[in-house]
Design a protein around this ligand. Sequence first.
Ligand code: CTP
Length: 400
Amino acid sequence: MLKGKKIIIGITASIAAYKIPFVVRLLIKAGAEVQIIMTPATKDFVTPLTLSALTDKPVLTEFFDEKDGSWTSHIDLGIWADLLLMAPVSANTLAKMATGVADNLLLTTYLSARCPIFFAPAMDLDMYKHPTTTANIDKLKSLGYKLIKPVEGELASGLRGCGRLEEPENIVAEIEKYFDQNACFSGKKVLITAGPTYEAIDPVRYIGNHSSGKMGFEIARQFAREGAKVELVTGPTSLSIEEENINLSRVTSAEEMYEECNTKFPESDIAVMAAAVSDFTPLQQYNKKVKKSEGLTSIGLKSTKDILASMGEVKKDDQILVGFALETDDEQENARNKLNNKNLDVIVLNSLSDKGAGFGYDTNKVTILTKNGDEIVFGLKPKTEVALDIISVIKKISNQ
Ligand code: CTP
């Protein structure tokens, strides 16, 4: 369950840093994305070149890059990561972590990280046994950080005792175990729709909309990361996705999307309908391209089937149904009406009034309404984060 996980490894100045390239290789092999941050003195113990070659990312050490004048945001890094592994942690960094000293990029990232933090100390046996070290470790454990204990063996000093960094295989196994245990949707089947639908007028023309499919694809990705088996049904989009737990079905029209969903919904535990399904389709579909000379000046339309509403009609008590609403006026009231009328558990209200939100953008601004009466307003965020917000609300409901 490491596939797609974003992991920061914070390396500090310790001989045991030589083991980190092995940790990186194992994580990358398992499908994780790794970003290395090291303290300045760590460069004497393991080279940034080796680590950037293995991670395919530059190793970060400083706040400022003097060459191009760019600034590295520790806040963004802390938000990006699914897990921060501090390894090896020297006695010095351990003390700083326990007291909140923030005098380098790694420590500021640690302080602003929102993700779980693992720390693996490595030092000489007497340093490890020192009461201040013990107190610092206890403090970090009390903050909820996960200790990867050092092991017994020969130390860099030549002495034998406890203080060796745990072996790379075991460090990676601990991380993997954590993600497996916290995969909230493990064993759950989730149906997601995404993108627009195209309603054919003739073989070359159609009625469609500007939906890019990004929101639905992000939701699919995040559910898969949390262990769900995802059926992603998408209308025409340039996006593609290749993840073990995601089965992608491409459809064109609202009718085709309805057929796919109708088959898949009974087996699903959760359904999230993020597609911008066309509400209308031409009454008549021409088999051949309509020529200009034919003088077609109007197209008769009929309503498509409301996929979401039809699911709401057959929804069982243990299924969770999530819809989207795009409103321009009386937003909250209209969204709540949709939630009630379509028998939904959650509705995600898209705001079109904010710049950067909605169709085609990488960001979105939503309010999430639940059938329990909750109404949570979120700020403008990247769609990856909006997907996480939506999933966290669904998580809460599925645990109720
Ligand atoms: N939806 C659907 N099938 C349709 C139309 C919409 O499943 N034929 C779903 C969308 O995927 C979305 C929700 O219904 O989750 C709301 O879509 P929206 O266009 O906001 O609302 P409508 O119900 O179509 O109502 P209106 O356009 O009148 O606001």
